[in-house]
Write a protein that binds this ligand. Structure first.
Ligand code: URA
Length: 266
């Protein structure tokens, strides 16, 4: 009982810290959540999310053609890793997932985007960033002059946390070796981490995303640019400008031309 309660309080604290890191100063409250928090805890810990999760509501599936991993089975380590992830039972998320989401894209990407964890659509399709946040990520990628096929998109967690709650530190620690191995195989020139949780999963740094975005960091010798998560940008579009500045820093770093930003409707 105490363990379950501690787990809930820990998850609540992690979630609120995540919201703070993402710049939220007001957390919408829901009476059902308060009731759920005061109800007796059952033997299976149910994690009550205190605020609507960014991508929790089942959005209409994105009109983006599913991208299989560019490497075909037998072509090397990536395919092997996809099989390992598919069979993984290292944490309890394997009990609630529909599909594992190893990530997809080019096997020789200049840029690798790293998000937090699959949401509802990703869990259904087995593909990273295919929901509403994924649509915005596609726009960000195209604004940079790339297609989704030319880069790689992955997550710190390969399975969806129930109710899209924030991954626990333990889950991130358990799943991180897969991401580490992907990065070792893919050798992107730049990693772009999306949001506070992805950044925390990759580097042990003090400070939230608001302070660290737009500043070059390093993950195992690979240049890392932290920026906001597209789900956060959907809720707070005023930060899109900062995000575009971060993405331009990446383009300059790679010696790429900065495409003109198309006005709406063009
Ligand atoms: N949010 C993430 O962090 N990753 C996804 O794949 C989808 C939404």
């Amino acid at each position: 009982m105490t363990d379950s309660l501690n787990q809930i309080l820990g998850d609540l604290a992690t979630h609120l810290e995540h919201e703070l890191d993402e710049g939220a100063r007001v957390v919408p409250m829901d009476r059902d959540v308060v009731i759920a928090l005061t109800e007796p805890v059952t033997s299976t810990p149910v994690v009550a999310a205190p605020a609507p999760a960014p991508v929790a509501a089942a959005p209409p599936p994105e009109k983006v053609a599913p991208l299989p991993p560019s490497d075909t089975p037998g072509s090397g380590g990536l395919a092997e890793l996809v099989s390992q992830v598919a069979a993984c039972q290292k944490c309890k998320l394997c009990e609630t997932r529909t599909k594992t989401v190893p990530g997809q894209g080019s096997a020789t990407p200049e840029i690798m985007f790293v998000g937090e964890a699959p949401g509802h659509d990703e869990d259904q399709q087995g593909l990273a960033f295919v929901g509403k946040a994924g649509q915005l990520l596609t726009k960000m990628i195209e604004a940079m002059g790339y297609t989704r096929e030319e880069i790689f998109i992955g997550n710190v967690l390969k399975c969806r946390p129930p109710n899209n709650r924030t991954p626990s530190p333990k889950e991130m620690e358990t799943c991180l070796p897969y991401l580490r191995e992907q990065i070792r195989i893919l050798q992107p020139k730049v990693i772009i981490s999306l949001g506070a949780t992805a950044l925390k999963g990759l580097v042990d740094v003090d400070g939230g995303i608001t302070r660290l975005r737009g500043k070059w960091l390093s993950f195992e010798g690979i240049d890392l640019m932290p920026t906001y998560h597209p789900a956060y940008l959907l809720r707070s579009p005023e930060f899109k400008k900062d995000t575009w500045e971060d993405l331009q820093m990446v383009l300059r770093h790679l010696g790429r031309e900065i495409p003109e930003v198309k006005k709406r409707g063009e």
